[in-house]
Ligand binder design. Structure first.
Ligand code: WTA
Length: 655
């Protein structure tokens, strides 16, 4: 736990006075996938029965014997069941009337496009699955993936699932060092990457980064490289180790039997930032995960057979795993995948994609919405957005102004908005309105999904009364919950399940209002949420301290109108090193090179001393007060209270 408690939302009182209520339109409710409020009571009364019913949406090779084995914090779902995720996401649709329905509509950044029907996707997945086998990949062996948003990314994930090899996708914006760390933790046997990726007309040198990472990854035997960018990527191939995607699949058969997987076999590892130490490998397993993501996708996004669904996340994050690939495809839904950024070639790009494909359901992050607000309503106004039927948000608290802007300018006052709260660890959305049933309040994720139980508690674990802030905990298991931290079960127990006996500690602050609606208040630990990306203060501090000039560093998430939080760092330099703007730039680039550009500090502030307690703990809470221009909070525990006053004055002068 941090010393914080300060959250991204400072004016809680104002927030809780948000009285606007948006009721579902009767025509929407009439046809909604969740149309009967009884779903909540049913799930509350019989959790296992509820999930057993939902599990029937999947094809099982062998039925489960028991829905849930719960020995907190260890869960097993659909015990004894066997199934294959790729068979559920691809094969069964390819064998149905959906054979020639678009599974993935891909829009490349430079404007090239590719559509894969379920039938075509099946052939591609099988060919690559056979390719992986020919490289010696066996069931249970980990495959690392480092790619941009191209169809081969989804194909690789599904091919891994098909043969039972867990994947570990590393976001393409991470540095070589971050990639190396993740490959080594997972002990991956092969790496699938691309020569490069397009980003705002520039080339991200994925292969060059991968080559640098691979200098310290003894477990990697083979590397497969997709040709995405061509010459401009300047990628080189290492003989004996590297093979191109095309070469690998050239003679591969397009038939591949699905490996029967145990319900609890690992489907994937996904690394995420925690409060201390290196990123942790969140482990998701097969059956519970797929039941969880397909069920939530069905009810929350209300997807209909002919809908086009677009989630703008990158597949490098959990949102892309659960709600671009696994949830939608399990449901036989058309999932749109976009390679580029929202402002390339211009600021109307997202809306041009919506109108080009007639997108019906659109899912994005508040940080993107706030950026669109800044760019102005004229951008979306130029496009025909009449196909849109439902909007979603994820990744951070949405402020009521952004919610209303989204409602008016994108939803044209017609589309319900689902504000979905969840985490890498939870695998599936745990809190969100069901669009046909639950009236929404701008800024509130409303209520837990059926069967999910949440509480807001104080330090001692006691439920706090309505209107009071506290810690968000989950009191019942859910099928897509992570099962452990890869290679570190002790950390799984300590970090998530030890604070309150038998309850899952989310790391988020929350309030419940008089109507039992939940309002998420941001992280209460040392995890920052920067433009919807999870970054720990610890990681950035370690990267800074690792620079030759830096003696000590303290990093905080500073409230930011667009990004939610910006990274502000307070740095003390080694004796003899002089502060300068050039050094600031160097440090920012140093962090970007160490972790990835998402972690590049927005602000670097040099100081001769950091405020510390008598036990030498840096008081980040006070640094946050300084950075956000507030009066200083309690300073009585400081070793030297003069330090912080001086620092505040200096910060204000320089700022
Ligand atoms: C935050 C992303 C408020 C929260 C799916 C959580 C949210 C962290 C919301 C997880 C939301 C996500 N409202 N806060 N609708 N959705 N968060 O693991 O702090 O990248 O703990 O998963 O994002 O981030 P992660």
């Amino acid at each position: 736990m941090g010393d914080g408690g300060a959250t991204q939302r400072e004016s809680l009182e104002a927030l809780l006075q948000e009285a606007r209520l948006f009721r579902p339109a009767p025509e929407f409710s009439k046809n909604a996938n969740a149309g009967d409020a009884e779903i909540y009571a049913r799930a509350a009364k019989d959790l296992e029965g509820f999930w057993a019913d939902e599990a029937k949406r999947l094809d099982w090779i062998e039925p489960w014997k028991k829905v849930l084995e719960w020995d907190a914090p260890w869960a097993e779902w659909f015990v004894g069941g066997k199934l294959n995720v790729a068979a559920n996401c691809v094969d069964r649709h390819a064998a149905s009337a959906r054979r020639n329905k678009a599974a993935i509509i891909w829009e490349g950044e430079p404007g090239d496009t590719r559509v894969l029907t379920f039938g075509m996707l099946q052939r591609e997945v099988n060919r690559f699955a056979n390719g992986l086998k020919s490289l010696g990949v066996k069931k249970g062996e980990r495959v690392a993936i480092y790619m941009g948003m191209i169809p081969e990314l989804a194909i690789t994930m599904l091919a891994c699932a098909k043969i039972g090899a867990p994947h570990s996708v590393v976001f393409g914006g991470f540095s070589a060092e971050s990639l190396r760390e993740r490959i080594n933790d997972a002990q991956a046997k092969v790496l699938i990457t691309a020569d490069g990726a397009w980003r705002r007309g520039n080339v991200v040198p994925l292969k060059a980064n991968a080559d640098a990472a691979l200098e310290g990854t003894p477990s990697i035997e083979k590397v497969v490289v997709v040709d995405r960018v061509g010459k401009q990527a300047n990628a080189t191939m290492k003989a004996g180790r590297d093979v191109t995607w095309d070469e690998l699949v050239k003679d591969a058969s397009d038939k591949c039997a699905a490996e029967p997987m145990d319900a609890e076999d690992m489907l994937y590892i996904l690394y995420t930032s925690g409060t201390t130490g290196k990123p942790k490998g969140v482990v998701h397993t097969t059956a519970g995960y797929l039941v969880g993501v397909s069920t939530t996708h069905h009810y929350i996004f209300d997807v209909k057979e002919n809908d086009v669904y677009w989630c703008t996340a990158d597949i490098g994050w959990v949102t892309g795993h659960s709600y671009i690939v696994y949830g939608p495809l399990a449901n036989g839904c058309t999932s749109l995948m976009y390679e580029g950024s929202p402002d390339y070639p211009d600021r109307g790009r997202f809306w041009s994609v919506v109108s080009k494909y007639g997108v019906n359901i659109f899912y994005t992050a508040p940080t993107a919405i706030r950026t669109f607000m800044r760019w102005g309503r004229e951008w979306p106004a130029r496009y025909d957005l009449s196909s849109l039927r439902l909007l979603g948000t994820v990744g951070e608290p949405i402020n009521p102004e952004a919610w209303i802007w989204y409602h008016e300018n994108i939803g044209r006052q017609r589309c319900p908005i689902v504000d979905t709260w969840w985490q890498t660890e939870t695998g599936m959305v745990l809190m969100s309105p069901l669009p046909g049933l639950v009236p929404t309040k701008p800024g509130s994720a409303t209520r837990p999904f059926p069967g999910v139980e949440a509480d807001v508690v104080d330090e001692k674990g006691r439920t706090v009364p309505p209107g009071a802030g506290g810690y968000l905990v989950l009191t019942k298991p859910w099928p897509a919950m992570f099962r452990t931290i890869y290679g570190d079960p002790e950390r799984y127990v300590r970090q998530y399940w030890s604070r309150y006996e038998g309850k899952y500690f989310t790391g988020d602050g929350a309030k419940r209002d008089e109507d039992s609606y939940f309002w998420l208040l941001g992280r209460v630990d040392d995890v920052m949420n920067v433009a919807g990306h999870r970054i720990s203060t610890y990681e950035v501090e370690s990267a800074l301290v690792d620079h030759d000039s830096v003696a000590e560093a303290a990093v905080i998430g500073k409230t930011d109108a667009i990004k939610g939080q910006a990274i502000a760092s307070f740095v003390t330099l080694k004796e003899g090193t002089l502060p300068s703007d050039a050094l600031k730039r160097e440090l920012r680039e140093h962090v970007a090179a160490r972790i990835g550009s998402i972690a590049r500090p927005d602000e670097i502030f040099f100081t001769s001393e950091l405020p510390k307690t008598r036990s030498a703990k840096i008081m980040r809470r006070l640094l946050r007060d300084i950075a956000e221009g507030r009066l200083l909070g309690d300073t009585t525990t400081l070793a030297d209270s003069a330090v912080v006053g001086k620092l505040k004055q200096q910060y204000e002068e320089e700022g």
